[in-house]
Design a protein around this ligand. Structure first.
Ligand SMILES: Nc1ncnc2c1ncn2[C@@H]1O[C@H](COP(=O)(O)OP(=O)(O)OP(=O)(O)O)[C@@H](O)[C@H]1O
Ligand SMILES: [Mg+2]
Length: 223
């Protein structure tokens, strides 16, 4: 199996007033193609901090992240954006859909950003909205969708650009148990059919157990 993402000795601390908190103290991990991994740990252990580093949204004090062989950490702004757009998808706790746009338009955004035609992008969006059971909701705006439906649109958007890896920070944290289960199963199903690796930060032990591997953050280290 080939590696789609690797983190090497990541350290990250924050200065707050006169104290400095070392949140991550040398975190390394490697994610293989199609692999599904949960990141767990108590509140404040640094899960979101780690995910932001893996996503290239924040820079480590030390260490680096490679995505499909490319160094994300050392890349300039434009190059980093291109690596993110080409290889990565993201699902957040809040859906972060654009309110002015329909479900189909929201899903097509990653493709439009990389220069695909509107028609081609909407075709792919339509395919993915079918896959998440929202073929009857293509033209709905986010405000006209239920919470679970919005999150399913967000999952479809994360997969629109055929990424190699999807990173998700508590993607089902705002949903009730049944909806959370449904959205999560969908993410796993799509990760399998589309051969996409999945890294999910979660508090949910059931979700964590159903992944290929569970990484636990404590004292700034992964075990
Ligand atoms: N920008 C920042 N400035 C200062 N401290 C920060 C910053 N971001 C995070 N921290 C601190 O880093 C620690 C880890 O935060 P992080 O959000 O990664 O935790 P988490 O594991 O995701 O927690 P939760 O499960 O509650 O989401 C916390 O103690 C937090 O206060
Ligand atoms: Mg968090």
């Amino acid at each position: 199996m080939s590696e789609v993402l690797s983190a090497t000795e990541l350290s990250r601390g924050f200065v707050q007033g006169s104290t400095r908190i070392e949140v991550l103290r040398g975190v390394s991990c490697a994610i293989d193609r199609g692999e599904r991994v949960a990141i767990v740990g108590r509140s404040g252990s640094g899960k979101s901090t780690l995910l932001h580093l893996l996503a290239g949204l924040d820079d480590p004090d030390e260490g680096f992240v490679h995505v499909c062989g490319e160094n994300l950490t050392n890349a300039g702004i434009e190059c980093r954006a291109a690596i993110r757009n080409r290889h990565m998808g993201f699902v957040y706790q809040l859906h972060h859909l654009l309110p002015e746009f329909s479900a189909a338009e929201n899903v097509s955004i990653p493709l439009r950003l990389r220069g695909e035609t509107r028609k081609g992008a909407l075709q792919r969006a339509s395919h993915l909205l079918h896959a998440v059971g929202l073929e009857q909701r293509m033209t709905h705006r986010p405000s006209a969708l239920s919470g679970g439906e919005r999150q399913r649109v967000a999952v479809a958007r994360a997969l629109a650009g055929s990424p190699d890896i999807v990173l998700a920070d508590e993607p089902t944290g705002n949903l009730d148990r049944q909806n959370a289960q449904q959205v999560f199963e969908l993410m796993c199903h799509l990760s399998e059919t589309e051969e996409v690796a999945l890294v999910v930060v979660t508090h949910d032990e059931d979700i964590a157990r159903s992944m290929h591997r569970v990484l636990r953050l404590s004292d700034g280290k992964l075990t």
